[in-house]
Design a protein around this ligand. Structure first.
Ligand SMILES: C[S@@+](CC[C@H](N)C(=O)[O-])C[C@H]1O[C@@H](n2cnc3c(N)ncnc32)[C@H](O)[C@@H]1O
Ligand SMILES: [Zn+2]
Length: 333
């Protein structure tokens, strides 16, 4: 974490903007690597290890399956490490943010996982603060420390382990908030969606991506049945089980993906098949395996209706609210 990020931080447990005092044990230039942050009001101490301030207590972290998942698949979805353009293309298409606008902005990536979108935002020149509840933050750090394919005008990724329901930031400090694939995996999606806009400055941009409530989900019978047990499994069992499923169903899903109309039925297989064109079969298998783990691991999966999300954002007093299946945009007034 760079020193300047300290200006954004406050104690997440104290009412009011209580600043944190840094006791820096190890740094490298502007980067703080080891140390601790202390609250002058409640006397809580938040350690900084591996360059990451840690605001999460062990009993608060319900998402550790994600932590293991992102450490195992840390490079898979990172464009510049995986040799593809999956995350960058999706980021620009989904957010509708122009690369020229992103450059130089301070952007919160809320629920960053291994950091695929944080990395793309930094590649476009943003100063990103990437935050996650789980040890995915360490995978994100590994991503950002790996300099392979860095662009010339790259910004930076500062990583913080924190709960979106108790973020350690002052209000109104970000130019944009990006939150993709997270909301449905939290115990209280509405609360998360209502609280994040507070961190935007005036005219700051908000983007949410979430699992949409669609009727076909009810007919994913095998998947839904398996999910009754899989979130409680040991992670190694989950990964092995997902790989077995992929070995059995990947080739049928690949063939189905090549046939018009038939490809619709891929969603009823018990794997999350991913077959983008331009990727090798090996890459497709790896992505399918990762996304299958991502299906079966999360404790919470609470799908959202984008019309209700739009209403919620309007009720928050945001402007330019728009939503379509699985996505919502707004601007802070
Ligand atoms: C499906 S992953 C998405 C990661 C990333 N945004 C992406 O699209 O690649 C969901 C992430 O949300 C994180 N998460 C879940 N609940 C959270 C919370 N309350 N606060 C912060 N992060 C959370 C998980 O640890 C996980 O890394
Ligand atoms: Zn405090």
């Amino acid at each position: 974490m760079k020193l300047w990020v300290l200006e954004l931080l406050i104690c997440p447990h104290c009412a009011g903007e209580v600043a944190l005092v840094l006791d820096n044990k190890k740094s490298s230039g502007e980067d703080i690597i080891e140390g601790q942050l202390s609250c002058t009001s409640c006397a809580r101490v938040y350690p900084i290890t591996n360059g990451i301030p840690r605001f999460v207590a062990a009993d608060e972290n319900y998402a550790e399956n994600f932590g293991y998942q992102w450490q195992l698949f840390s490079a898979t979805q990172i464009d510049r490490l995986g040799g593809h353009n999956l995350s960058g293309g999706r980021l620009l298409n989904d957010t509708k943010w122009e690369p020229a606008w992103i450059e130089g902005k301070i952007i919160l990536d809320a629920g960053c996982g291994a950091g695929r979108f944080a990395d793309e935002l930094a590649q476009a020149g943003a100063r990103v603060v990437a935050c996650d509840l789980s040890s995915a933050v360490d995978a994100c750090k590994e991503t950002s420390d790996n300099r392979s394919g860095h662009s010339a005008n790259r910004g930076e990724v500062n990583i913080i382990q924190a709960n979106l329901l108790a973020l350690p930031f002052k209000p109104g400090v970000f130019d944009a908030v990006h939150c993709a694939g997270v909301i449905q995996h939290t115990p209280d999606p509405a609360k998360i969606m209502q609280s994040l806009p507070a961190y935007l400055r005036s005219s700051g941009r908000l983007f949410y991506n979430f699992y949409e409530k669609v009727p076909s989900t009810k007919f994913q019978i095998l998947r839904n049945l398996l999910r009754l047990w899989t979130p409680g499994w040991e992670f190694t069992k989950l990964v092995t089980f997902s790989r077995w499923l992929c070995w059995v169903f990947f080739i049928p899903s690949f063939i189905m993906s090549r046939i018009r109309i038939v490809r619709y039925f891929n969603r009823f297989l018990p794997i999350c098949s991913v077959h983008p064109s331009g990727l090798t079969l090996r890459q497709q298998f790896h992505l399918t395996w990762l996304d299958t783990v991502d299906w079966y691991g999360p404790k919470y999966e609470i799908r959202q209706d984008h019309k209700q999300v739009a209403r919620l954002l309007n009720d928050q007093g945001l402007s330019e609210v728009e939503a379509d299946a699985g996505r919502a945009w707004a601007v802070k007034q």
